[in-house]
Unconditional design. Structure first.
Length: 298
């Protein structure tokens, strides 16, 4: 999260200001986050006693809710495929994957716990193999058993699970296809973002242009992840000066056509069934809001 100090918080201690935003259960929890090095003021690690000045920029990560607070909720879930070991679902844009202090309920995980009794609600993230961002839509695989979870996680590590996304990006990409090989780390200027950094973790994205829209100067691209870093496609597309349309965090001038979240959809997911060893591949059509934007470009 990124907040700018306004006059009502001027002169307040950092821990007090942080608690006032409502993302921490108590002022002591906010203080713990600051002392743990997870809160930055104007790009530098903050101290609990630091007095706020108007215009100060406070950046922090919203903490995940402890497992004991997980609740079962009857939330609609579109299931593409399921058996006794796993399920493949199509997550809509706007749905958070798992609870955090800012989203204690109403998440995909709350719905999964309601739908699948076999999931271990005492686990931190029961059944969650991989994640996609709140405003990114598309396919996720959920493990119903520990054996399936371990097998799927291993495929993530060795890159044998294939994930493909469709993204509408700013500008007309000249190349028909290419690969972005650029390590990612926390952005030194904005701790809620990721940026290309030679000291970061390996990150590789393959892309192929599906369609160009010259009138609006945007391109529809197919992106395949070899690695799966946080915000990888969003950070990589910004890096090559073609940020994802609608992205509120990455890019500039890319929220004119659409401004309600990044137009990024995980449309294809392929992996080996961890138990039966059968090769599986699934596709999910573009959500209505994404399709509507494309139709307006035509």
């Amino acid at each position: 999260m990124k907040k700018t100090i306004e006059d009502n918080l001027v002169g307040k201690r950092l821990d007090e200001a942080l608690f006032s935003y409502g993302d921490f259960l108590s002022r002591s929890k906010a203080k713990e986050a600051i002392e743990g090095g997870h809160v930055f003021v104007n790009g530098k690690k903050g101290k609990p006693s630091l007095r706020m000045e108007e215009g100060d920029v406070v950046e922090y990560e919203v903490p995940e809710a402890p497992a004991s607070t997980l609740q079962k909720e009857d939330i609609p879930i579109e299931v593409i495929y399921e058996d006794e070991y796993l399920a493949v679902i199509n997550k809509p844009a706007g749905l958070v994957v798992h609870p955090g202090a800012g989203h204690a309920s109403g998440t995909l995980l709350n719905g999964l716990l309601y739908k699948y009794e076999e999931l271990d609600e005492d686990s931190t993230r029961p059944g969650i193999v991989h994640r996609i961002d709140k405003d990114t839509s598309g396919l996720l695989v959920i493990a119903k058993t520990d054996e399936a979870l371990l097998g799927l996680q291993e495929q993530l590590k060795d890159h044998s699970m294939h994930r493909e996304y469709l993204a509408l990006v700013n500008g007309l990409i000249k190349e028909d296809e290419g690969e972005i090989i650029a390590p990612l780390a926390r952005d030194k200027e904005s701790r809620v973002k990721f940026a290309v950094d030679l000291s970061g973790k390996e990150a590789i994205t393959f892309f192929k242009v599906k369609q160009r829209f010259p009138r609006k100067r945007v391109s529809l691209v197919d992106c395949r992840l070899l690695t799966g870093r946080t915000h990888q496609i969003r950070a990589h597309m910004e890096y090559i000066n073609h940020p994802v349309i609608g992205d509120p965090l990455y890019g500039k001038g890319n929220r004119v056509i659409y401004d309600k979240g990044q137009l990024l959809h995980a449309y294809r997911l392929s992996f080996t069934h961890p138990i039966t060893k059968k090769e599986l591949s699934f596709e999910a059509p573009l959500p209505a809001h994404f399709q509507k934007v494309l139709e307006s470009l035509d």
